[in-house]
Design a protein around this ligand. Structure first.
Ligand code: PEP
Ligand code: MN
Length: 272
């Protein structure tokens, strides 16, 4: 498998021998929800707490996120559990406000070709996770990354999250081949998001394991304490109490392909 230039987000290296697990709800909904989630994912070995504060929803009548208050809660919950934060930035005007709260700026699938946003994040020097547009080729995805890199920002990580195909049994089709191809062509780490590809929690586990096996440098997984009550993407959220076992399975596949996923306990020991 091709080696990549590792990207550092604060003290976390993405693209090294250790896979980086990022997990949390689709959207930050409440203090209780995000704190409970942070505790469980940190104990399972995750390095990042994910959670959208500004959501891009297909329908304008769907929950749009808690906005700035969501970012504050995400930061507090992450800090309390030794985690970093990853959250979507929707527009150029949000970059300055995001800096205190967001360690890793997610560019969403629907924004992959928002060239002004790509350039602004490039100039901002914030580490960027660039999700693949669900209707975009690997070439187009790589060119989008070049807009960020072209402004002098080398901290770019790609994220394969599934593309639209004729298949309707899953929400999107996880393009596993895109992972080694993008790694080879761009020389940057690629993270796999099994959740948005699956669309249903039933398929998240197998896509997680496939994401590790095909060379993913990290995983971005949606989890919720009570998915039935989730305000967005509930059907694909892994039940929080099932999350530790999922990471344990991913850890076994990681070992099989010569990688590792740190355990939460080891991180706690390092912090004390
Ligand atoms: C998300 O991560 O919740 C999200 C909206 O993802 P995507 O942009 O891949 O649809
Ligand atoms: Mn989501």
């Amino acid at each position: 498998m091709s080696s990549v230039r590792a990207v550092k987000v604060r003290d976390c290296v993405i693209g090294g021998p250790e896979l980086v697990v990022m997990a949390g709800p689709c959207a930050v909904e409440s203090r209780e929800q995000i704190f409970e989630t942070a505790e469980v994912v940190a104990a399972s070995g995750a390095r990042f707490l994910r959670g959208g504060a500004f959501k891009v929803r297909t329908s304008p009548s769907a929950f749009q996120g808690l906005g700035g208050d969501g970012w504050k809660l995400l930061r507090e919950a992450a800090d309390a559990n030794g985690l970093l934060t990853v959250s979507e930035i929707l527009g150029e005007e949000q970059i300055d406000g995001a800096r205190r709260y967001v360690d890793f700026a997610q560019i969403g699938s629907r924004n992959m070709q928002n060239i002004p946003l790509l350039r602004s994040l490039g100039r901002s020097r914030m580490p960027v996770m660039l999700k693949r547009g669900f209707g975009c080729t690997i070439d187009e995805w790589i060119h989008a990354a070049e807009y960020v890199l072209g402004e002098g920002n080398e901290a770019v990580v790609m994220c394969e999250r599934g593309i639209r195909t004729f298949e309707t049994a899953t929400r999107f089709t996880l393009d596993v081949a895109a992972v080694p191809i993008a790694k080879k062509r761009l020389g940057l780490p690629v993270v796999v998001d099994p959740s948005h590809a699956a669309g249903s929690r039933e398929w998240v586990e197998c896509l997680t394991l496939a994401g590790v096996a095909c060379g993913g440098d990290g995983l971005l997984i949606e989890t919720h304490p009570e998915p039935a009550k989730a305000l967005s993407d509930g059907p694909q959220a892994v039940v929080l109490s099932d999350f530790p076992a999922l990471v344990e399975k991913a850890r076994r596949v990681a070992h099989a392909v010569g990688r590792s996923i740190p355990s939460g306990a080891r991180l706690e020991a390092a912090a004390s």
